[in-house]
Design a protein around this ligand. Structure first.
Ligand SMILES: C[S@@+](CC[C@H](N)C(=O)[O-])C[C@H]1O[C@@H](n2cnc3c(N)ncnc32)[C@H](O)[C@@H]1O
Length: 470
């Protein structure tokens, strides 16, 4: 086995790793939190050694009924996590995405690619699952992972009840440092595709809860657009995140309304740029009031594919003037991309960079602002951005709901890496002049709904224009 490597941490001893990362009590607790079915069944990890895991699927009301398929499905579930746990035991010091609290930079991604389970006999008692990884496979897993290569491995998992073999499974897994799924320029994996769609769906799910009417104006002309975009997964994720941060719906509602007020306030508006458009259905909802406006939607190609798939399901999709521009903000010059796709910087324009700044580091944020400044050549053109406060991203807010929300975002693999308090200086560095900056609390105060909730101070909306406009 390798002693040193790039992705594993062999400076941590097995005893320490066992204590802090993979001991059965801890893993069982984490699994119960992440996989409600495991909690319902009281499924447990009972023993972990390097390259070995033992689990218990108890015989109880949740795990049995008269149908064999019910039990068979749970045996498969247990087989997946038993084999997975054996792999996890070998990844010294590495947290598992979706299980341990961690950021994408440090985590491992593990997913089941195939399984073959043979049910040998009906189970009549508690089921003990076991997976012992052979020395050859151990070597392969550790060596490949350490070198940052994708691991593909098939592991045997057996199930025994009252001393009798009940089932035998062959479980095939992929495993890889999670960061590699995000590397710019690399063809993205199925797993990453699902992940980016999940975060955009979650926001669509929150927004579907947040549509509203004010002074006779519908800020979401037809909320069904947003519901279609979110789908059941978005609704579920939104519920989960909103449980962690009950203010989330109000915050997203405020951001939606403020951005929309800006768009509607620009005289003779001709273009809207949706940076990181995700599943924001604003172009379709605005069509009724701004039919001539051209919408430039930029996002990762996989996300745009999903966006366009959903757009086709909407009744007015073909009437909306839209230009989809695949972009990777980590490496592309978005000003050049837009100019190549027919964007005219001298027309009145709104650039919306919504729900994105917190996921990119300062350098990328700065580069995006530099590009926006080039695009805002008309005196009425404006840029809208939302920022979380610096204390949110550096974990210093001490507000429990915010901490819980950030932990859930980490689970989604969407850690916040940037926050900004000095909006004026942030813009000035890119030749942008701050026109307005207000927190969610200010926003609701202005709307005649004052609040003393400190969470609402942690999220702000900014409007900029190009600095040298008179
Ligand atoms: C939280 S979503 C916000 C979506 C949308 N603006 C909204 O408010 O509903 C963040 C968006 O940023 C996009 N994104 C993430 N990384 C990106 C990158 N490197 N380049 C371009 N877009 C990216 C995601 O695909 C996703 O659609």
């Amino acid at each position: 086995m390798l002693a040193t490597d790039q992705f594993l941490k062999f400076d941590i001893s097995w005893d320490e790793d066992y204590r802090n990362r993979v001991n059965p009590e801890l893993i069982t607790e984490l699994m119960h939190r992440c996989v409600p079915a495991c909690k319902e069944c009281n499924w447990q990890v009972t023993k972990v050694e390097e390259g070995y895991a033992e689990t218990l699927l108890p015989l109880n009301r949740a795990t049995t009924n008269q149908h064999g398929t019910h039990q068979a499905a749970l045996i498969s579930l247990s087989a997946d996590y038993t084999g997975g746990m054996a792999i996890v035991s070998l990844l010294r010091g590495v947290p598992m995405a979706g299980i341990h609290k961690c950021s994408t930079k440090e985590a491992a991604s593990l997913w089941l690619a195939a399984m073959n389970v043979k049910y040998k006999a009906p189970s009549t008692g508690h089921l003990i699952g076991r997976c012992r990884i052979s020395p050859e496979d151990r070597e392969k897993i550790v060596t490949r992972y350490a070198q940052g290569k994708r691991v593909l491995v098939t592991l045997p998992v057996t199930f025994e009840s009252n001393g009798e073999l009940v089932a035998e499974a062959e479980m095939t897994y992929f495993c890889q440092p999670a960061i590699q799924l995000l590397e710019p320029g690399k063809k993205t994996s199925t797993l990453f595709n699902q992940k980016i769609k999940a975060s955009a769906r979650m926001i669509a799910g929150v927004r579907a809860k947040a549509y509203f009417t004010e002074n006779g104006r519908n800020y979401r002309v037809d909320s069904s657009h947003t519901e279609i975009a979110a789908g059941p997964q978005g609704a579920l994720l939104a519920e989960k995140l909103n449980r962690a941060l009950p203010q989330l719906v109000d915050m997203v509602q405020a951001r939606t309304q403020h951005g929309e007020e800006l768009i509607r306030s620009i005289p003779g508006l001709r273009q809207v740029v949706n940076m990181g458009a995700g599943l924001d259905m604003r172009p379709f909802q605005l069509h009724a009031v701004l039919p001539e406006v051209v919408h430039f939607d930029l996002d990762l190609p996989e996300m745009l594919e999903e966006r366009n798939r959903i757009a086709e399901m909407l009744p007015n999709s073909t009437a909306v003037k839209r230009v989809s521009i695949p972009a990777d903000f980590l490496q592309d010059a978005v000003d050049k991309l837009l100019l190549r796709h027919g964007f005219n910087p001298s027309l009145p324009t709104a650039i919306i960079f919504e729900g994105c700044s917190m996921y990119f580091d300062r350098t990328i944020n700065r580069r995006m602002l530099d590009a926006f400044a080039i695009l805002l050549q008309h005196p009425d053109s404006r840029l809208w951005i939302d920022y979380v406060s610096e204390s949110v991203f550096n974990g210093k807010t001490q507000i429990p709901e915010v901490q819980e929300f950030l932990a859930r975002m980490d689970d989604l693999g969407e850690a916040f890496v940037f926050g900004c308090d000095d909006h004026r200086s942030m813009g000035a560095a890119s030749r942008l002049e701050l026109v307005e900056s207000l927190t969610v609390k200010d926003f609701y105060q202005r709307k005649g709904k004052p609040s003393t909730d400190p969470v609402l101070d942690q999220y702000a909306f900014c409007v900029f224009r190009a600095a040298d406009m008179t």
